[in-house]
Design a protein around this ligand. Structure first.
Ligand SMILES: Cc1cc2nc3c(=O)[nH]c(=O)nc-3n(C[C@H](O)[C@H](O)[C@H](O)COP(=O)(O)OP(=O)(O)OC[C@H]3O[C@@H](n4cnc5c(N)ncnc54)[C@H](O)[C@@H]3O)c2cc1C
Ligand code: FES
Ligand code: FES
Length: 1355
């Protein structure tokens, strides 16, 4: 029952302006309030679950405890607007603007090329801003750690870090220009080496080599405005005046939820007694997710943020007591101070907590999440609860019946997310104890990604020795991630008491733990063998850590080297956290190039400044139309079923409900899709979980979401096909299967010294563009006209499909695309799922309709990269020369054909990677399954084809026992060779890239250093790999290789340029303006691109296949040439005149000042039957060398260094091209080492957000990240001698995967396993650990496949 209280006024400040809200709804988040109510669209919605940081804003308030104004970053998507009373909010709009002055944090990210699509940029800007408000002179490590809660899918992070480290106090810059960014002085060496080291990128080298030709200066820090902390906006004086006034209890009543914020503990307890089911909310990082993503409703929320008894900190004789509402950031600060000031024996638990907090979420979460919230959530994978349990923390709990002390022991957690507290009790405080002499404590955790990822297994471990001995007196081992609650290994601990801390104890403990920490093979969360092994690995780490300290204590010897066996010491070393170093080298424009000619120069992305200020407009930033409605899709929960009934009765009762839209509302055809094998709305049968059945239209997003959840659908189950294996068994394939064959494969095998057969699986990948799919459809009221704003790479198909569904000609449908917050192929065809449904809804209601998918919907519905299975047989000689190869590829296409056959084509065209194989056969089959249709994704099958090539190449190398680099090089193509599809390789620069990469990476000396490292270290291993790539450029569907442009010149001389490509962050519009500027001979500033639209350039090809700059660039060039031709008479009659003069004269003479341009790539086409013709216009080449270190005990890895050499022809814009290379590389890093989609055996996607699906974060990029653009390699085939760059570099990240495999080989050699072994992709910690076979893994054998139902399946 809603409390009988009157609702109060909420007062807060946003960007210095006072906001008074009389009707605040407690369900509203700060993000929704900013965007919808205040029209501040700079803050973005990327995930809604605190996992991406796109919504970061800064909160400032007067802290009565610290007696000062505090500033901290938060995730607006989780921050309840009700929690803002008397605080100030600063958003990206509040710190600077292109209209006035950019703030230095905005300027530096823009000018350092740290913003591509820009959707993440405001959040990153605000994270940096909040750091600088607290610490105007941070160091490099603090800057790197500050971004743990921010994700970027485009840039590869390097430029952001490079731009922002100019704020660091430990950054130095010589200021001479030659050794600017990229030189040794900007690396962590702390100063210019003066040519001593002469590493790649050394300014001194460049001077000797070719000073005029090569540059590493992508931006000049000398151009940056200084940071002046005195210029920051002041804290609102009105709020400061409130600080000493007593607060009054607040109550905010919304549609379904009441928020009460009491001022005293007594009042809080009284409220809790009155409403025992009321939810206490502190940081809302758990409850917020339950309410938005899990559809939970808490009618009464009590906020304890004003209760001093819950926010205090007290140092006692026994430890430190923290109020339960203390935030984790505050706890971290207090513990760090204690560790620094107290004797180390006292602070073992504190240090362990700090170790856990180091990897706990992002800063935005830690700034609000409470210690009590973590305990009371009772999550089985909480990072802190194992620590509290193992150290026996004391909790003070309180109710209106009184207080009691509860010890956190094995009885505290009573079940999944349940504790021993009674419903009317709350947690008041937590005491974290000091340790005493002879007592040791450690905590460990392993997650998929190190930064901001919830642990897979986590633990707290404590041991107390009898005084002066190594005999165990007490021991507690507590684990998270091994049961529905945090658990103690009670039996193991009991048996270890009294034992001496030695090798025998270790052996016995491992056997006992393996027995006690058992898991059912079907356990939720999967990864059963890995989780079990981790329990032992952690104990081993604990054993060694304690052994070292104990020996030091007992012997007084503090030399770590002598305290545990040297090789074993590597088990407890942590990866070094060095700041990122980088060198980016490119060829300068030729001497004498006109200053105004911007082609070839590192021009900043033309929207970067707007993006950094939150002014760039994305689809959902378009202000709401007056009578606009919102659509939420209703999708299938079954993978394959008949729809028996759809019941919307309950949905209709949700406030704001307007109507339900489904297949019966379609005026034209319900049939849609690239291959016409899909429906707009399901027609009786659903063929995947996430299949769109209909949609609910309501007045707001929140109402339509609630109503959609209330729609009841009855199904009759049909048998689904989920995995590739099931499809093979049932012969469920899309037709035709593809085959390429050259030479005589059988004969090749007969002539080979060795034949190896193998298999590799490559998992799929989610695009995770930061901006999810979005469409706004506006019916125009006459003749079936409709205008659509869509986040799509494919305006033409969007137009076609909508016209077809609405039964109108295409000329009535106008599709407009300003920019996308990332695309990566995910918005090439699947964006039409949303846009067509929205158009039908707009048609039905006659009103504007908006739909932006929530992150979980987007991940569920729209598919991703195809998983691939490759089965291969390779024949080769003793020297490693490959003679014959046969590969059968299967991909998981999902429930519609979409682009799957073309993806398979590209996989087959790239099955050779860069190797010349005389006898070769490849066959590809696309499996038809009941998963959401998979689709285009950067690389489009090429990476999968090449990855499997490198798998058999690795087998060849290991079988021959020869150096990997030697065997790869032996097999590389040469200039003029024919590929397996008989295309001649001309302008083959790969060997130059190879040699340069070997040299830049100092491959041979690194190899030796690694071998020495591996001999010296048992539990950490390093690996290195150098990998080439050759990527064919063109759409394989030949007719798509056409581009169009429209150039319109106005009488003031300004030029409006439109072309067929869309801007998704890749810098296409910037490049096109550079082309137009050079061709027309006018400054960049005179040319503008406002959008891509179907009424300016029709029948465009999707912005895809990396060719958009090639085809549209030539079209722009042609259009500009037409204009120039028309202006020629005016130029020659007035050669000293200006552009504006000529244009004005031409206008008066009635000369047309608008021109279209068109371009097609000729000579393309390939015949599978004859294996002849040219599928590609040309090839892009590159080579990367990467070095990694793995932790053999946990499967963790660290990317140490990567060197890339890439041929991008004569770069149109080296900053953009380097950005594409690094972005693609890091996206590939995700594909091959991190990102894992998890499906239930029934075909339901589990991983539906950044919490469960991990894309690379700031900390995942190589510590040394070097990119060189190959010099002197003009490309005859594309505009101004450039080359395509979007997709080709992605595969170079395979160098990291094979470096990991190299390191695993070294680990397996310790167990005498020296033969080829299988490693599927991605190389997650689970796969790495399981492959590093040792005595621990042997204690945790796998259950027999088929004997149990697994929690997740490999699709
Ligand atoms: C992006 C993200 C990353 C995360 N990463 C991690 C991680 O790495 N490790 C980890 O362990 N957790 C992680 N979490 C989980 C979560 O942040 C923590 O559990 C956090 O400490 C919860 O605190 P809160 O104040 O936000 O809780 P809230 O959401 O406010 O409350 C959580 C629960 O605790 C109850 N509660 C809160 N305080 C009290 C009290 N004093 N007495 C009684 N009940 C109370 C509430 O009623 C509610 O049921 C993550 C969450 C997010 C969103
Ligand atoms: S939108 Fe808030 S963290 Fe992603
Ligand atoms: S620029 Fe960071 S997500 Fe696009």
């Amino acid at each position: 029952m809603a409390p009988e209280m009157k609702t109060d006024q909420l007062v807060f400040f946003v960007n210095g302006k006072k906001v008074v809200e009389d009707n605040v709804d407690p369900e509203t988040t700060l993000l929704v309030y900013l965007r919808r109510k205040l029209g501040l669209h700079g803050t973005k919605l990327g995930c809604g679950e605190g996992g991406c940081g796109a919504c970061t804003v800064m909160i400032s308030k007067y802290d009565n405890f610290q007696k000062k104004i505090v500033h901290y970053s938060v995730n607006a998507c989780l921050f309840p607007v009700c929690a803002l009373h008397h605080v100030a909010v600063t958003t990206v709009e509040g710190i600077g603007s292109t209209k006035t002055r950019l703030h230095p944090v905005q300027e530096r990210i823009a000018k350092s090329h740290g913003s591509q699509c820009g959707f993440c940029t405001p959040g990153i800007v605000m994270s940096m801003y909040a750091l600088l408000r607290n610490r105007p002179d941070p160091n490099m490590v603090e800057i790197a750690e500050n971004f743990q809660g921010n994700l970027c899918r485009c840039t590869g992070y390097r430029p952001i870090l490079q731009g922002y480290r100019t704020f660091a106090k430990d950054w130095s810059y010589c200021g001479k220009g030659i050794n600017g960014p990229g030189c040794c002085s900007t690396a962590n060496s702390g100063g210019c080496c003066g040519g001593k080291d002469k590493g790649p990128g050394c300014c001194m080298n460049e001077k000797e080599d070719n000073a005029a030709m090569v540059s590493s200066v992508l931006f000049n820090p000398a151009d940056f405005q200084p940071l002046d902390p005195t210029q920051e906006p002041i804290f609102p004086p009105e709020l400061l005046m409130q600080k000493d006034k007593p607060q009054e209890q607040l109550c905010f009543k919304g549609e379904r939820v009441t928020w009460i914020q009491p001022t005293t503990l007594e009042k809080l307890l009284a409220l809790k007694a009155q409403y025992p089911n009321a939810k206490l909310v502190v940081g809302n990082t758990e409850v917020g997710i339950e309410m938005t993503l899990k559809n939970m409703l808490y009618p009464v929320i009590i906020s304890p943020r004003w209760i001093t008894e819950m926010t205090f900190i007290q140092h006692t004789e026994e430890g430190i007591i923290f109020g339960a509402a203390c935030t984790l950031t505050v706890v971290e600060v207090v513990l760090k101070k204690a560790v620094a000031e107290l004797p180390s024996y006292k602070t073992e638990v504190f240090q362990a907590m700090l170790d856990q907090l180091r990897w706990f979420a992002g800063l935005q979460i830690k700034n609000v999440a409470s210690l009590g919230g973590n305990i009371m959530t009772a999550s089985p994978i909480s990072d802190l609860n194992p620590v509290f349990m193992a150290c026996g923390s004391k909790l003070t709990v309180v109710s209106n019946e009184g207080r009691r002390i509860v010890r956190m022991d094995e009885k505290f957690f009573t079940g999944y997310r349940k504790t021993a507290l009674k419903p009317n009790e709350i947690l008041l405080s937590i005491e974290i104890p000091y340790t005493k002499k002879g007592e040791y404590f450690s905590a460990f955790q392993q997650a998929t990604r190190r930064e901001d990822d919830i642990a897979i297994v986590t633990c707290g471990m404590r041991v107390l020795f009898q005084e002066g001995t190594n005999q165990v007196q007490e021991i507690k081992l507590s684990y998270g991630g091994m049961a529905p609650t945090t658990v103690m290994a009670g039996n193991t601990c009991q048996k270890l008491i009294g034992r001496e801390w030695n090798e025998n104890l270790l052996q016995e403990a491992c056997h006992l733990l393996a027995d006690e920490m058992n898991l059912s093979p079907s356990a939720p969360g999967g990864m059963v063998d890995f989780r079990r092994t981790l329990t032992l690995s952690f104990f081993f780490k604990f054993y060694l850590t304690v052994l070292r300290k104990l020996n030091a204590h007992l012997t007084g010897n503090n030399n770590p080297g002598e305290l545990v066996a040297t090789r074993d010491a590597s088990a407890i070393e942590v990866f070094h956290e060095d700041p990122v170093e980088n060198v980016q080298l490119f060829q300068e424009v030729p001497a004498g190039q006109l200053v105004e000619d911007m082609v070839g120069r590192p021009l900043v992305h033309l929207s970067a400044a707007k993006q950094a200020c939150g002014e760039a407009v994305y689809c959902d930033d378009i202000p709401c139309y007056e009578n606009e409605l919102y659509l939420t899709l209703v999708t299938s929960t079954k993978a394959h079923a008949k729809v028996l009934s759809i019941d919307t009765e309950e949905a209709e009762n949700v406030p704001g409900f307007v109507c339900f839209v489904s297949a019966t509302d379609i005026p034209g055809s319900n049939v849609t899709g690239i291959a016409n094998d899909e429906t707009v709305f399901a027609d009786n049968i659903v063929t995947c979980v996430g299949h769109i059945i209909g949609g609910v239209i309501a007045d707001t997003h929140e109402h339509s979401r609630r109503a959609a959840q209330a729609v009841k659908i009855q199904y009759e189950d049909l048998t689904p096909i989920i995995t590739i294996q099931e499809a093979i068994k049932k012969k469920s394939f899309y037709k035709p299967s593809r085959k390429i064959e050259k030479g005589n494969v059988q004969k090749g095998f007969e002539e080979s010294d060795h034949i190896v057969e193998g298999e590799m699986y490559i998992g799929g990948q989610e695009h995770f563009y930061l901006e999810t799919h979005c469409t706004i459809a506006v019916p125009k009221g006459e003749d079936g006209e409709m205008e659509l704003f869509v986040s799509t790479q494919n305006p033409t198909k969007t137009q076609d499909f909508i016209a077809n569904a609405l039964g109108v000609p295409a000329n009535r449908i106008l599709v407009r695309v300003k920019r996308m917050g990332g695309g990566f192929g995910g918005k090439e065809s699947r964006s039409t799922l949303v846009s067509t449904a929205v158009a039908v809804a707009a048609f039905k209601t006659g009103r504007p309709i908006r739909c932006m998918l929530d992150r979980d919907e987007d991940m569920l519905i729209t598919g991703g990269r195809h998983p691939f299975l490759g089965q291969y047989k390779v024949g080769f000689m003793k020297n490693g020369k490959v003679k014959s190869l046969e590969v059968l590829y299967y991909s998981n296409g999902g429930n519609s054909e979409d682009l799957s056959l073309a993806v398979m084509d590209r996989a087959l065209f790239h099955m050779d990677n860069s190797y010349n194989i005389p006898n070769i056969k490849g066959e590809g089959r696309v499996c038809k399954t009941n998963l959401p249709s998979n689709t285009a994704f950067r690389g489009f099958g090429g990476p999968q084809g090449m990855m499997i090539a490198e798998s058999w190449m690795n087998d060849v190398i290991l079988t021959c026992g020869l150096p990997a680099e030697q065997v790869r090089k032996l097999n590389l193509y040469n200039e003029g060779d024919l590929t397996h599809f008989n295309q001649k390789l001309e302008g083959f620069t790969l060997k130059r890239c190879w040699e340069q990469c070997l040299e830049n990476s100092q491959y041979h000396s690194r190899r030796q250093i690694i071998d020495v490292f591996n001999r010296q270290n048992r539990w950490k291993k390093r690996g290195i790999a150098i990998i080439p790539t050759k990527f064919g450029i063109s759409f394989t569907l030949s007719f798509l290789n056409q581009g169009g442009a429209l150039v319109q010149v106005y009488t003031d001389g300004s030029v409006l340029l439109t072309h067929g490509g869309t801007e998704m962050g890749q810098g296409l519009h910037t490049k096109m303006i550079q082309v137009a500027s050079k061709t027309l001979g006018i400054p960049i500033a005179d040319i503008y691109i406002s959008e891509t639209s179907t009424n300016t350039v029709p029948n465009t090809s999707p912005t895809a296949a990396s060719v958009s700059a090639d085809i549209n660039g030539m079209a722009v060039f042609n259009a500009c040439r037409t204009i120039l031709k028309r202006l020629e008479p005016y130029k020659s009659s007035n050669p000293k005149g200006s552009w504006k003069d000529w244009v004005g004269k031409a206008y008066v003479d009635c000369v047309s000042l608008s021109a279209t341009g068109f371009y097609r790539i000729s000579g393309l086409g390939y015949d599978y039957g004859k294996n002849e013709g040219n599928p590609f216009d040309y090839f892009s080449y590159g080579v990367a060398c990467s070095e990694v270190e793995i932790d053999c005990l946990t499967g963790d890895h660290k990317n140490l260094r990567t060197h890339i050499v890439m041929d991008v022809g004569t770069s149109l814009n080296p900053a953009i091209d380097i950005g594409q290379i690094e972005g693609a590389f890091v996206q590939g890093l995700g594909l091959f080492t991190l990102e894992e989609l998890r499906y239930s055996p029934e075909g339901e996607l589990y991983s539906r957000g950044p919490g469960a699906y991990k894309i690379p974060a700031f900390g995942d990029i190589p510590t040394e990240f070097h990119v060189s653009l190959l010099r002197d390699c003009p490309n005859k085939k594309a505009i101004y001698a450039s080359k395509a760059v979007g997709e080709p570099p992605l595969f170079l990240s395979a160098s990291v995967f094979y470096a990991i495999k190299d390191a695993i080989f070294a680990a397996r050699a310790e167990s005498h396993l020296m033969v080829p072994f299988r490693l599927d992709s991605p190389a997650t910690p689970e796969r790495i650990r399981n492959a590093c076979v040792d005595n621990f893994t042997k204690l945790c054998p796998s259950a027999k496949p088929g004997a149990f139902k697994p929690w997740s399946v490999r699709v």
